[in-house]
Write a protein that binds this ligand. Sequence first.
Ligand SMILES: O=C1O[C@H](COP(=O)(O)O)[C@@H](O)[C@H](O)[C@H]1O
Length: 243
Amino acid sequence: MIALPPNTELTADAEATARAAAEHLLAIAESAPGERVAICLSGGSTPKRLYALLASPGFVERVPWARIHWFFGDDRVVTWDDPLSNVRMVREAFGHAAPVPATHLHFIPSDEGVEAGARAYERTLQAFYGGERLDPDRPLFDLVLLGLGSDGHTASLFPGKPALAERSAWVAPVPEAGMEPFVPRITLTFPALASSRSVLFLVNGAGKRDALRRLAAGEDLPARHVESAGRLTWYIDREAAEA
Ligand SMILES: O=C1O[C@H](COP(=O)(O)O)[C@@H](O)[C@H](O)[C@H]1O
């Protein structure tokens, strides 16, 4: 077994990861201090099962859909019907069963281009938050979901890219992605991702073993720099955790 990050919940498989994360999300929503619940979604492929589970019988009745506002930690700068789009993946996973009010799905305006889209999304976040400075005692999100790329990236914060150093802007353009799909991206920055009552990493499969090994060895990978105003929890399945 690889030496796992602190606060790791080891799961049997990808399905167990999705179910554990779904229960965690429900607990966060139920304990949210405000009327509105702000959840920041990750993209890629790992979380698709979680999103489909939330929309499935047994969960869909338990999710307080009318209170939750859904945001994105990053997206690819492609059209929303592009198979590479994270918002398309979420919409497909939620399907018609998830009663998400149209005004509660705050997707990244990738149609505005990488620079303008990043600035526009930062305005969206600040309007929702009600200010332009993040207060450590008043997190922007109740929950941030993150994945771990095989290169150690998270959201679209890739090794060696300028967005890693962004400490004042909440959203950054990523003109060149660090791994496939090699399309421009827009990503939340470390300060914005950290402004959350809870942060969850979802990591499944043998393809993530090397990144986990490199994190355990102390390598300076982007995922290492993720913080949380509250708890930070890793859900890692056994296949990813095997040495
Ligand atoms: O490109 C991306 O990759 C990461 C990791 O995706 P995963 O499917 O390997 O977990 C994802 O979290 C991010 O949102 C996405 O844009």
